[in-house]
Design a binder for this molecule. Sequence first.
Ligand code: NIG
Ligand code: FE
Length: 427
Amino acid sequence: MKSISGKELIFRGFKIATMASNAGKFKCEISNAPIHQTTDDSNYGMLQETAIGVADGKITWLALEQEIDIAGLTFERTINGEGRLLTPGLIDCHSHLVFGGNRATEWERRLNGCSYEEIAKQGGGILSTVSATRAASEGELFQTAAKRLKYLLSEGVTTVEIKSGYGLNLDSELKMLRVANRLGLEFPVSVEATLLAAHAVAPEFKGNPDAFIQHVCDTILPQSAELCTAVDAFCESIAFDLPQTQRVFERAKQLGLNIKVHAEQLSHTGAAALAANMGAISADHLEYLSADDCVTLGQQGTVATLLPGAYYCLNEKQKPPLAALRDNHVPIAIATDSNPGSSPVLSLLLMGNMACNIFGLTPCEALAGMTINAAKALNLDQSIGSIEKNKQADFATWDVDSPAELVYCIGGNPCAAVYKAGKRTEF
Ligand code: NIG
Ligand code: FE
């Protein structure tokens, strides 16, 4: 009982999907009695009749509500869930939320038969967003990204990863990273900024990708290191090859940054295994991932981040190898990949639905993909992603009876309230 002070904010009256693999071992802070998990919960780590104590933005204890009542404990503030579901705040671990312009016209061209690769080879695609992003002021980029971010937040997102990659020169990559970080300061969300300078060959280096990679390694990467926590690269025939990708990652590691990769999206390049062997925290897309790659990801503990929005919007036919990922115990995350080209998506819950209906994940895997495994994909699973003592009090509460309903419906938003570090969000 010593760690319950009465000064806490408490959450009670919720069904709690902890998403914690060790939820079955949780003990009541008051009596040390085991907190029983709801049976038949398919690994959501469901707890009922359990209260959560929050102080200084963190979860300080879990206790059986009955024990609280018997001990007659009172608290400064109690939030009563009245039977609602409480989950960890959702985590969108792969987005390109900051960009100028949009690519609706290009989408129309794709519908008329021109492929994503053809458009890219003709100087459209990513490069058209590069022109619009370079031309946009920092304030404009902030305003347009803020508008998009609010849709994610309204659905319970409390952490979002945001990549650069539409600047492709030092000034514009820095501009994008500053905007990403400012979003995290002005909205109730943690932002993890990732440098994706190796997204496409900059127009100034057309025909000379090696020279561009040299510039990325010598100039852009070291000068961006203060503004980001990770470095990403797009390894694909329309972007960079394996040795170029490796050079970027070597430099990132020298600077102490995490590495992530856009890999095996349109073809198999071997980049996912390369990145995993170099210690990548995640490999993303992965439609063309091989069975051997799954073994490597599993051995290295690299998260497979699946992006059903890009699969759907590009009308891909090849699905990521779910069975092999499962067989090799690869943690699977799900993200929006929100970007103007391949995935103009502003709903993480919809991605959960698509991950189930298209890729075949279970609703529990989909929710893990947006919480604990998304936290792993950002190397933040020590502090967020599940409801556990000492983790950050980032919660989403929902007007649903069961967690599967979060990804069962398409459209409509069951989010009742969001708490960032214990504080109810307003934006
Ligand atoms: O994650 N694959 C590369 N990059 C983005 C798409 C960028 C774009 O088309 O603007 C993605 O799908
Ligand atoms: Fe992406």
